[in-house]
Design a protein around this ligand. Sequence first.
Ligand code: G3H
Length: 541
Amino acid sequence: MHAQALSMVFQDADAAPAVHRIDEPIEQCEYLCDGELRHWSGPRQDVLSPVVRASAQGSIQQRRIGSYPLLTEAEAMDTLDSACRAYNHGRGDWPTMSVEQRIAHVQAFVVQMQAQRSEVVRRLMWEIGKTLPDAEKEFDRTVEYIADTVEALKELDRAASHLVIEEGVLAQIRRAPLGVVLCMGPYNYPLNETFTTLIPALIMGNAVILKPPRLGVLLHQPLLQAFRDAFPRGVVNTVYGDGGEVIGPLMRSGRIDVLAFIGSGRVADLLRRQHPRPHRLRCVLGLEAKNAAIVMPDADVELAVQECVLGALSFNGQRCTALKILFVHERIADAFVDRLAAAVDALPAGLPWEPGVRITPLPVPGKTEQLAQLLADAQSRGARLVNEGGGAVHHTFMVPAVVDRVGPGMRLYTEEQFGPIVPVVRFDDTAQPLSYVVESDYGQQISLFGEDPDAIAALIDPLVNQVCRVNINSQCQRGPDRFPFTGRKDSAEGTLSVPDALRVFSIRTLVAAKTSEGNRRLVRKILHMRKSRFLATDFIL
Ligand code: G3H
């Protein structure tokens, strides 16, 4: 694995099948504002791929695959004005449109989006180093998420299409939009996780400003026309550039009603603090995690290793849900660690489009150096690197490392590595992993491996109040997307699932009247003559 991995980065990416190549850099000069693709002729940010190549002089460099606009405060404020106009204090066409019509706009968008599948997939591979099957899965899962969201909204609307009468008061209760939503997704799922907030926000009648993550910008470009054509003017806007320059002013304006942000807690806090009236700002946040696995002495080692490898190293460990620390019972630790190292060493490394590849170069600048420091810190404090060549770094690439005998005092024990390092902690009493989880700053998910119902049940009950999903004999993961996805402590704020997201981006509002004869007559007339979109009992089939 070691030698293969090191030579891999020198491979000529021009030998990629034509369908996956980027022969000419993609110079993005447009952004979406007020229903039009505006041309930007100012400075642009170079986009460097994690895929490297040897220059004519023999030095190794990341390949430049294009650039995107570095907008300024002025353009950012234009996008805000555009979104505010489209929302128009809840009186715009979009927030007052019937649910059925809004669904039709979203469906028109999906048709155009699907035509861009191969282009988006290609850019996902080059911009963030995601493997071809994972990039395809990210795209398809997003399309499915949108279809499921449409169905969930129909259900929600049907449930709201009747009057309720309580204590002599009749009412119709529906969910209404909140205003202008700023959507910022993460680099590891730049399409999917951005859309899991963007689509529910839109379909509930909000106007949106989309800021793609710093890595994973160009893949959104093929969708700009679809946004422009499928939605009314100003309902979707995009902004690019340095966060301090373009996002700071948006937050300080006080005109952002919802911040949907998936990334680090540090940035989330920074953004939220800039809003002049934080009580008016609803935050939907997906933040860091350090999900643990607890491997009990009676665990099926083969299955546990298989799930832990998937959990720890899918997309090189760059998932918020990744297993980032494995607690393994002393009694099976030797066998487990041996199998784990063998399974990790067997993962094929290569460029994202190569068949069967599982480990790819990392897109975050300086990431391999930071991971190497984590590894060195652990080794200097007594941890043992198990797999030969593990942790070897070559520019943007790191050979996955299995590190045994990790423990308190090492950075790897508490810090989220978000990369291809698999720390193993040996334990002989479940009190140790339990107190680890209690004391952790994070609280997203956990995986338990074992067969004994008493032992597993004894762990489930204390753990469900520490994290938000306990996985049995399975890796941690977000899906199925209709399941609630959230976290405690520093890991999240708000719950995102297909049905929950519709609630997060809306608020319940009602029309109520005492049931006097006059009011009954009035309401009946409004209903029968279909005078109101809100006070209506029609429902979508
Ligand atoms: O990065 C966090 C993602 O939401 C994880 O999703 O578990 O489906 O990979 P996943």
